[in-house]
Design a protein. Structure first.
Length: 134
């Protein structure tokens, strides 16, 4: 399987459950892009995305329970809105990839932003070793 996204140790936030969930999401994103590049059926691609969405929603719910205790209202609301946006974007991707004949080059930027930017810009600030004391 092609590895479009590579896990970096700098993405580890120091919580085993969160780090494992992040790695699984990265693996599913790679699987989706690999199957997309192979020209797999819409059914297979849809199944991978649905699994990724389900795993992400479960992860986000668990993360939000913890964050609600740590963050002030505005910071929590912002982080939660990012989770909602990411799920919505994955649903739009799921609804639109077949009709538009998207390729890996079309979805790779989304997955990079979703996995790397979200972890580095939000999760590391709230859950990671550089956690702010909000």
């Amino acid at each position: 399987m092609a590895e479009y996204l590579k896990w970096k140790d700098t993405l580890e936030i120091g919580d085993d459950a969160n780090d494992a969930a992040h790695r699984l999401m990265l693996q599913l994103a790679n699987t989706f892009m690999d199957k997309l590049a192979q020209g797999q059926s819409e059914k297979i691609l849809h199944g991978i995305l649905e699994h990724l969405i389900d795993i992400s929603k479960e992860h986000f719910r668990a993360e939000e329970i913890s964050l609600k205790k740590q963050l002030d209202h505005d910071s929590f609301a912002h982080h939660r809105s990012e989770h909602i946006r990411l799920i919505d974007e994955m649903r739009m991707l799921d609804n639109g990839f077949a009709a538009s004949k998207l390729g890996v080059e079309d979805v790779l930027p989304f997955f990079k932003e979703w996995i790397f930017d979200h972890i580095e810009k939000l999760d590391m600030k709230t859950d990671g070793p550089n956690k702010s004391d909000t």
